[in-house]
Design a protein around this ligand. Structure first.
Ligand SMILES: Nc1nc2c(c(=O)[nH]1)N[C@H]1C(S)=C(S)[C@@H](COP(=O)(O)O)O[C@H]1N2
Ligand SMILES: [Mo]
Length: 406
């Protein structure tokens, strides 16, 4: 964030949210004064991130976790990936923030303040898995343009808010409603105020699910600014691009939403598998919906050393978009034989599941532990890169760690 843009425009509430605590005598600060704590450009301090998080891009900010940082059952704020398409809004005024529900297929266009949302509707908390559609992009060949995410653009935090369904029902949706599209307060990198960095959405059926939230809290506190303070949409199990941050308007559409990054090769893949590098017509590209089955070994860290005769415990998470993961396996012989891990049920639908197992190795030497999840329909993670697509989405290949037995 740029000091010049900060000064004078930023509200006390936003400063407090970036600092992670109230500014006790904030009302006495001279107008336009930027507290020292915010003159910091260090993204780790700015976003309260662990120093091991990896910065992929600073314009806009895109930051991922390493596998071993994601070992917690519920992802803490400091290990949560940050993915931005534009500039994080700087003048968020929580007291005057509103959400407008409009669009062709709404009966009554309505505007809610945050306190309307909080008081008028029942609140729910769910653990929801959010994975960037481009997570794993760095492995594609030929390479795909965009942030070179490895494995760490996934999180499962606790989200608290109201059901989108309850708010949509309050505004009244018409029977011809097809899709909802979000609009948000972040700004386009070009500086052009008429352009939206991203404006995506989901079909009505996904919007109406119990777990689809208009959230104002993450992990029990106000959502951090980088993750969408003061209001974000959370559509667990779908590419996280559907979960609009800083939202101030939701349009109920009578057609598939046509906002920024809904068309072309954005968050879309060839409807049928194509050979790597193929040019695919727009009309043969399909919007990514539920994310595919995937897993991550979060402990130990790749490169672990263990003593011959000792048992290695591995653990991690598995998820499968809208589906449940029904089986978790590992291999230490490059996929020739597979053995099962214990797997917990999700705490709620769309939350990732935790696996664990103990492994003993036959002799000293170099090994790889490969992990493979199977979803409830029997679909397994592939061993190698799945179907190539122009933007490098949906790489759910088996995760692996190196282990040396000495
Ligand atoms: N307004 C807005 N919402 C957004 C984005 C954005 O750039 N602007 N990025 C999307 C993408 S592509 C992802 S992967 C997730 C990332 O959420 P996070 O930064 O909270 O992890 O936010 C989504 N929501
Ligand atoms: Mo994303």
């Amino acid at each position: 964030m740029d000091r010049r843009n900060f000064t004078g425009k930023i509200s006390l509430a936003v400063m407090a949210s970036v600092l992670g605590t109230d500014i006790v005598f904030g009302k006495s600060m001279p107008e336009g004064y930027l507290p020292l704590g915010l003159q910091e450009k260090d993204p780790f301090k700015l976003f309260g991130l662990d120093e091991e998080m990896v910065i992929l891009n600073d314009k806009p900010w895109n930051i991922e976790a390493k596998a071993h940082l994601l070992n917690d059952k519920v992802t803490p704020n400091e290990f949560m990936f940050i993915r931005n398409n534009g500039k994080i809004p700087e003048n968020v005024d929580t007291a005057n923030w509103t959400l407008t529900i409009d669009g062709e297929s709404v009966q009554n266009k309505k505007t809610y303040t945050l306190s309307d949302l909080k008081t008028k509707f029942r609140q729910y908390t769910y653990q929801l898995t959010l994975e960037c559609g481009g997570n794993g992009r760095s492995e594609f060949n030929p390479p795909a343009k965009g942030n070179q995410w490895t494995v760490g653009a996934v999180s499962c935090a606790n989200w608290t808010g109201v059901r989108l369904r309850d708010v949509l029902e309050d505004s009244g949706i018409k029977s011809d409603a097809v899709y909802i599209g979000y609009h948000a307060a972040d700004t386009h990198l070009s500086g052009d105020p008429t352009k939206e960095p991203i404006s995506r959405g989901v079909p009505i059926s996904k919007a109406m699910q119990e777990e689809t939230l208009l959230a104002f809290q993450m992990n029990g506190k106000d959502i951090p600014i980088a993750h969408g303070h003061p209001l974000r949409l959370v559509c667990g199990g779908w590419p996280a691009s559907a979960s609009g941050k800083w939202i101030n308007r939701l349009s109920v559409r009578n057609k598939v939403h046509d906002g920024s990054k809904m068309g072309g090769s954005s968050y879309r893949v060839p409807c049928e598998t194509v050979a790597p590098g193929t040019k695919v017509e727009d009309s043969n590209m399909c919007i990514i919906e539920s994310m595919p089955v995937k897993s991550l070994i979060t402990s130990p860290k790749s490169g672990a050393l263990i003593k011959m005769g000792n048992i290695l415990t591995i653990q991690g998470h598995a998820w499968a978009g809208e589906l449940e993961v029904s089986k978790m396996e590992y291999s230490i012989d490059f996929g020739s034989t597979w053995h099962s891990c214990s797997l917990e049920s999700p705490v709620n639908r769309l939350a990732w599941q935790h696996f664990k197992t103990s492994i003993s190795f036959p002799q000293k030497g170099y090994y790889e532990v490969w992990a493979r999840a199977t979803d409830q329909t029997g679909k397994k993670q592939p061993m190698v890169l799945p179907g190539w697509n122009p933007k490098g989405y949906l790489n759910n290949a088996s995760h692996r760690i190196a282990v040396k037995v000495v």
